[in-house]
Write a protein that binds this ligand. Structure first.
Ligand SMILES: CCCCCCCCC/C=C/C(=O)SCCNC(=O)CCNC(=O)[C@H](O)C(C)(C)COP(=O)(O)OP(=O)(O)OC[C@H]1O[C@@H](n2cnc3c(N)ncnc32)[C@H](O)[C@@H]1OP(=O)(O)O
Ligand SMILES: NC(=O)C1=CN([C@@H]2O[C@H](COP(=O)(O)OP(=O)(O)OC[C@H]3O[C@@H](n4cnc5c(N)ncnc54)[C@H](OP(=O)(O)O)[C@@H]3O)[C@@H](O)[C@H]2O)C=CC1
Length: 288
């Protein structure tokens, strides 16, 4: 399955400079893909390109490039795919990872704030998928992965984002069916609200991640690499019969209610990091 990645496939990853997106970019580069990372802050993109280029061979055109793009802006989205096709001549994978929200009780969310979050996390993904379909995938096929959140039981304090992501999950299913005959698979990954990175934590005035830890059966936070592994699986030919599906990467968080069962503190479900050797990563850690 790695062979197909190694044919120098081309991936667009939004939010590819930070957190989960950075881990996806790193893994795709390792697998042999060309990657275009896109988000709003150009300095952040440039910094990620400089850092990641140190890990790959120098080629012409370079295997990693950046395009500043606010996914809320139609013209910028159009430009992103035009640049990608100009540079690499094709587009195999799209990872709609860029997004986010602010903490606020639903009763206090202003209309402007509501619109900002919906435009980013629902309309932005719609525009990205539509443009990828229009410029390349509609004719040549491809694979799309959309990033969701743990929203199945509602998302108090992030109701706007929960509503947007539920919309994206449904959109994922519609696209999967409408575009099957174009050779396009569309899936989603739903990280638990527990994937720690410095950039994710910086967005919140309180330590949200410490707060969620006791409520996870894994009793630890997740890593960006653990989400990236699910994304790369769904992109790969190993997932060729999976479309319209959501993979949850949450350490069992969405299933856990201490009303019925209390999980004691433990260290039996150890994290996976990209700098771990395969042998270390596959050594059984749990008795499950
Ligand atoms: C305890 C439970 C644990 C629960 C446990 C939680 C676990 C957390 C899990 C982590 C999940 C993640 O997604 S981690 C990833 C997080 N990353 C991000 O959020 C990055 C991206 N986010 C953003 O860019 C912003 O949040 C977003 C609002 C979407 C876009 O902002 P922009 O400034 O570009 O948008 P604009 O169009 O200018 O509009 C901004 C308006 O939004 C509103 N707004 C913005 N911040 C606001 C705020 N803090 N409070 C109120 N309102 C706000 C105001 O109305 C602003 O207008 P004015 O009043 O005029 O200024
Ligand atoms: N960490 C977690 O626990 C969870 C994360 N998620 C989701 O996973 C995704 C990645 O988050 P994570 O890596 O943790 O956090 P980060 O804050 O590190 O990543 C968010 C990324 O999205 C980009 N972005 C935000 N808005 C836009 C926009 N309008 N256009 C283009 N890019 C944008 C940001 O770049 P820039 O600001 O430069 O545009 C940034 O690179 C997000 O959608 C997040 O909501 C979901 C559930 C839980």
């Amino acid at each position: 399955c790695l062979e197909e990645y190694r044919e120098f496939s081309v991936a667009v990853v939004t939010g590819g400079a930070t957190g989960i997106g950075h881990a996806v970019t790193q893994e795709l580069l390792y697998l042999g893909c060309n990657v275009v990372i896109a988000s709003r802050k150009e300095e952040q993109l440039k910094q990620a390109v400089t850092e990641l280029k140190g890990e790959i061979e120098e080629t012409s055109p370079p295997r990693l490039m950046h395009v500043p793009c606010n996914i809320r802006q139609e013209l910028q989205v159009k430009h992103l795919f035009e640049e990608t096709l100009k540079q690499y001549g094709k587009l195999d994978y799209l990872v709609n990872n860029g997004g986010g929200q602010f903490l606020c009780q639903a009763a206090d969310i202003s209309k402007k704030g509501w619109n900002a979050v919906i435009e980013t996390n629902l309309t932005g993904i719609f525009l990205m998928c539509q443009e990828a379909h229009k410029q390349w995938m509609g004719e040549h096929g491809g694979v799309i992965v959309n990033m969701l959140m743990d929203m199945d039981r509602g998302v108090p304090m992030m109701a706007h984002s929960g509503a947007a992501r539920a919309g994206v999950e449904n959109l994922t299913k519609s696209f999967a069916v409408e575009w099957a005959h174009h050779g396009i698979r569309v899936n989603a990954v739903a990280p638990g609200n527990s994937i720690y990175s410095e950039t994710a934590a910086k967005n919140y005035p309180i330590d949200v991640f410490e707060r969620v830890k006791p409520h996870l059966p894994a009793k630890r936070l997740g890593t960006p690499e653990e989400v990236s592994a699910a994304v790369c699986f769904l992109l790969s030919p190993a997932a060729s019969y999976i479309t319209g599906e959501t993979v949850h990467v949450d350490g069992g968080g969405r299933l856990y209610s201490p009303l019925f069962w209390t999980v004691p503190d433990h260290k039996m479900l150890q994290p996976f990091h990209s700098n771990q050797g395969v042998e270390e990563a596959t050594k059984p850690k749990s008795k499950l």
